[in-house]
Design a protein around this ligand. Structure first.
Ligand code: AMP
Length: 454
């Protein structure tokens, strides 16, 4: 029986084994999501701190009820450290890897501080529509026992519903910068009573050229406010933004600034350029995945890959910015509810994807920016679940891979697929073959060729 290749990576990199094995107890996997028992935190001291439950963090009772209803028993490390700071009213810079529970880390104390329904007092800026929609859903969930109102604003869709929601009044606004500025110009939103401002995924705002818009928005908020800035990485521009927009902030850094989710195992698959698609198909055949997210650099590339996978009989859906908002939502919902087993996406579209079952991320194209590698693989291994990140690499990607390895501070193992009819490329000389047949490190059951179980 053929099973996951990532096991091979374990063999060659035994220093990763203890942490990974510790996180791969089936009982702690997706369904359980129990942080308390996950020995992922770095030291015994921090592990003990993790045993402090949500009720000791100063959150309001209504919000605590929401947390319980969401099924969270114990705070994640960023929640544990950020919530008391936010509750005390201080500014905060949160540098945490993706999938760490960052949304609840700011949403829970914001709702607790706002307390009762009133005027628009909290603003959360997000770089993409997907992320904005996801954060709004999370806030709704956590706040279901409060009477606070949350509205989401993003572009690519009509004004009707958004205008209606704004007219009805809102306490918390989650928005992408462009549409928020539009709505401000149309006189639908005024920020003069904002008490709490969150700049989420700030490094992404930078990448997408949104910082000038963000600055214009910040300038329209009152000076006396609480400001939080979250960013997976803190490049100099974000550091400057922090110095300008925040006052005497506390910094919370979870894990290494640049480290990708620690629950993810990485592997590189070198191959000749014209065999990329064939290798991808072979990888899918041999991998026991729950759901897999495949990244391409271009929209056309994503369409092409998806078309071919569809021809191979995969239930596949595409997500990129040429699609309408409605199509994107349908694609995400279909992926979330398991109708599709494979999603092919470009970087921007994939920013807000939070699907628990994603067991594998495959980079069909190596990302241009090392930060994107971290964001991409942050789509798997979310909330301390486990996942594998495979990257297909050709001779043209050598420099980008070196940059990624420098950025994440680790060498990614090269892996060769046993029995695959490789065309020769020099890259293959240094890639060992995985040893199939050993026990899967995930503790997931292997179903032959690993097609989606239904
Ligand atoms: P985020 O980093 O905010 O995108 O969160 C990643 C995932 O972690 C989401 O699916 C959340 O529902 C989940 N999550 C957040 N906080 C907790 C917690 N304390 N316990 C279990 N799951 C959590």
């Amino acid at each position: 029986m053929i099973s996951s290749h990532s096991r091979a990576a374990f063999r060659w990199f035994p220093q990763r084994v203890p942490v990974q094995f510790a996180t791969r107890f089936p009982a702690y996997q997706r369904a359980g999501k129990n942080y308390l028992q996950l020995p992922v935190v770095n030291s015994a001291a921090s592990c003990l701190k993790c045993r402090m439950p949500f009720s000791n963090l100063g959150l309001s009772l209504k919000v605590l009820e929401g947390v319980r209803a969401a099924g969270y028993t114990d705070p994640t490390p960023i929640q544990l450290r950020a919530i008391p700071i936010i509750m005390s009213g201080r500014d905060l810079i949160g540098s945490a890897q993706t999938g760490t529970g960052k949304t609840a880390a700011f949403a829970l104390p914001i709702m607790s501080r706002l307390g009762q329904r009133g005027s628009l007092r909290a603003l959360v800026l997000e770089p993409t529509r997907e992320l904005a929609a996801q954060v709004e859903t999370a806030i709704h969930d956590y706040g279901r026992f409060t009477n606070l109102r949350t509205t989401v604003l993003y572009g690519g869709t009509g004004y009707g519903r958004q205008d209606q929601a704004l007219r009805q009044g809102t306490d918390i606004l989650v928005a992408t910068p462009g549409r928020l500025l539009d709505q401000m110009q149309r006189g639908m939103v005024r920020l003069n009573q904002i008490e709490i401002l969150v700049l989420d995924e700030a490094d992404r705002m930078l990448d997408m050229g949104f910082l000038p818009d963000v600055r214009r928005i910040v300038e329209r908020c009152p000076r006396t406010r609480q400001t939080m800035l979250f960013s997976a990485t803190i490049p100099p521009e974000i550091e400057q933004l922090g110095q300008w927009a925040l006052r005497n902030p506390e910094t919370v850094q979870i894990g290494q600034r640049r480290s990708p989710a620690e629950t993810v195992t990485h592997a590189l698959y070198p191959v000749a350029s014209d065999q990329k698609q064939a290798l991808l198909e072979e990888l899918l055949k041999r991998t026991d995945f729950d759901q897999v997210l495949i990244f391409c650099r271009t929209k056309h590339g994503a369409d092409r890959v998806a078309r071919k996978l569809h021809q191979q009989g995969h239930a596949v859906v595409v997500l990129h910015s040429n699609r309408t908002q409605r199509e994107r939502e349908q694609a995400l919902n279909g992926f979330r509810n398991g109708r599709y087993e494979v999603m092919v996406a470009t970087d921007i579209a994939a920013r807000g994807i939070d699907v628990e079952q994603i067991s594998h991320v495959i980079n069909f194209d190596v990302p241009h920016h090392p930060e994107d590698y971290v964001h991409r693989i942050g789509r798997t291994g979310r909330a301390q679940s486990v996942g594998d990140a495979f990257t297909i690499m050709t001779g043209e990607d050598v420099q980008e891979i070196a940059a990624i390895e420098r950025f994440i501070g680790q060498k990614i193992p090269r892996v060769k697929l046993e029995g695959f009819a490789y065309e020769y490329t020099r890259l293959l000389d240094s890639a060992p073959q995985p040893a199939f047949g050993a026990r899967r490190p995930h503790g997931r059951r292997s179903f032959g060729y690993g097609r989606k179980r239904r």
